[in-house]
Design a binder for this molecule. Structure first.
Ligand code: BES
Ligand code: MN
Ligand code: ZN
Length: 501
């Protein structure tokens, strides 16, 4: 267990194994960032040549270790790059703290002397450090590196109410992000729909959201009785039956009702429209949307935010067998609309459609769905930015603001009317065509399809196909594998909706 504290103090006086100080890039020259003044004065005129000798440039993500030889109270000084001096914002601090966490993985006590003059920067430093140090060791034989016992953030804003709130938020958000990452990283055979539902049930006993969140799991029998044709149609090729997980958090006095829906394909082989082998390798991550909305709901409840939240995670495994749905089959979705399946690899929209209709039954004020929905979104926005689509400018703006505060990146894409016309017009035998034979604008078509199931409610859709899973090396607070992207944004959105009443 690590303890995290925020207090006033100077990096040259603090007793710890290591002190972390930021370096900015000032027109090509390295300069110590705010927070590091004590180090600058302890080294005096030796600082500039030292920075040059160790090759510190202030480039974002760069870390350099220096043995202090008694110049500071700590034996080790870690310099971490913050990037250009004119852009030391919370994103830069979060990223630098994340890189620092990986540089100091063997130390028992760590002091962070990064720019942290206000609560937002304290939050960024603490969140970046804790998320950047995340590891997934469940399937590695030990021994595993010990995390630090003590982490201190040095800030003049210590002991203010805003910092106390920030520390509390960080704690709930970090645990939720780690939970989502753990689930995404878990191999698909170890997280089938029934096992995932059991894992969600298990959090009920552990989490401090205990008692505040009500959980219901619909199994394949209940899904069949109620007519969840989308979830069943996707899941029927698998030996592991589908589930629909529902969470409700209803605090007294809540005025706004937020519904969350997350795509939970525990493995996406593509089904009969099978994926090429190389594209299948990472498809255990196709439940990242479900992991995010569930983990975010638990965090929102732990924080006691004054918003009603109902959360739906349709869980299914998209596999191939004699009972799998065929391209050409027609499914009757929950609520009665019929859909012609034209490509079994476009399965996410089918499970989401059922869950969106279900979400509407409780008459929420806003609906947000999160899904690793389309490869086309990765083509459009790259691996680090989510696509944001929907039908309500205010809600979309709120999500952009929340993402900014949470340190996650989203970008709006349109849902043009011609896509809706294709969704409605391209099936000769059913109400809707699940798939567009033309590949251009695949993200927009998928969103236009989902829009058919929200019945005019205020709704937003986050396509997290790019940022949900990091196949490359870690950067900033984002580690390799499952990233937990969107958890922090959803918690922040709930906070802003709650604050508005
Ligand atoms: N789960 C995939 C989308 C995906 C792709 C997520 C890459 C993360 C990385 C989704 O189910 C899918 O297969 N989408 C198809 C849709 C197509 C058949 C219209 C795609 O993107 O190719
Ligand atoms: Mn697919
Ligand atoms: Zn998928």
């Amino acid at each position: 267990m690590t303890t995290y504290t925020v207090r006033k103090g100077s990096p040259d006086k603090i007793r710890a194994d290591v002190v972390v100080v930021g370096v900015t890039d000032q027109d090509g020259q390295p300069a110590l960032a705010p927070g590091g003044e004590g180090v600058a004065s302890a080294y005096g005129r030796k600082l500039a040549p030292l920075l040059a000798t160790v090759g510190a440039t202030g480039k974002q993500g760069e870390t350099v270790k220096i043995a202090t030889g008694g110049t500071l109270k700590t034996p080790l000084l870690v310099l971490v790059g913050l990037g250009p001096v004119d852009r030391v914002d919370t994103a830069a601090v979060r990223a630098a703290a994340g890189a620092a966490a990986r540089a100091v993985s063997n130390c028992a006590s760590v002091a962070l002397a990064l720019p942290a003059a206000d609560a937002e920067h304290v939050r960024a430093a603490l969140e970046g450090f804790r998320l950047g140090g995340y590891t997934f060791t469940r399937f590695k034989s030990g021994p595993h590196p010990e995390p630090a016992a003590e982490v201190v953030v040095l800030s003049d804003a210590a002991r203010t109410k805003a910092v106390a709130t920030a520390v509390e938020t960080v704690d709930a958000v970090v645990r939720a992000v780690a939970l989502a990452r753990d689930w995404v990283n878990t191999p698909p055979g170890d997280l089938t729909p029934p096992k995932f539902a059991d894992a969600v049930t298990a959090t009920q006993k552990l989490s401090s959201a205990k008692g505040k969140v009500k959980l219901t799991v619909l199994d394949e029998k209940a899904l069949a009785e109620k007519g969840y044709g989308g979830i069943l149609g996707v899941g029927r090729g698998s030996d592991s039956p589908p589930r629909l997980v529902e969470l409700t958090y209803h605090p007294r006095g809540a005025k706004t009702h937020l519904a969350l829906v997350g795509k939970g394909i525990t493995y996406d082989s593509g089904g009969l429209s099978i994926k090429p082998g190389a594209s299948m390798v990472t498809m255990k991550m196709d439940m990242a949307g479900a992991a995010s909305v569930i983990a975010a709901t638990l965090a929102i409840a732990e924080l006691g935010l004054p918003v009603q939240v109902t959360t739906y995670a349709p869980l299914a495994e998209n596999m191939i067998s004699g009972s799998a749905t065929r391209p050409g089959d027609v499914l009757e979705m929950y609520g009665g609309k019929t859909v012609e399946v034209l490509n079994t690899d476009a399965e996410g929209r089918l499970v989401l459609a059922d869950a969106l209709v279900r979400a509407g039954e409780h008459d929420p004020d806003v609906v947000v769905d999160v899904a690793t929905l389309t490869g086309a979104c990765v083509v459009a926005l790259g691996e680090r930015i989510s696509g944001l689509l929907g039908n309500d400018e205010t809600l979309l703006g709120d999500i952009e603001t929340a993402a900014e505060a949470a340190g996650e990146r989203v970008w709006q894409l349109p849902i043009p009317v011609e896509m809706t016309e294709k969704v409605r017009g391209n099936s000769k035998i059913a109400d809707l065509a699940q798939h567009n034979s033309e590949r251009w604008g695949g993200t927009l078509y998928a969103a236009a399809f989902l829009q058919e199931f929200v019945e005019g409610r205020r709704w937003a859709h986050l396509d997290i196909a790019g940022p949900a899973y990091n196949e490359k090396g870690p950067y900033g607070h984002v580690t390799t594998g499952g990233t937990g992207h969107s958890v922090a944004t959803l918690v922040e959105l709930a906070r802003s909706l709650g604050a508005r009443d």
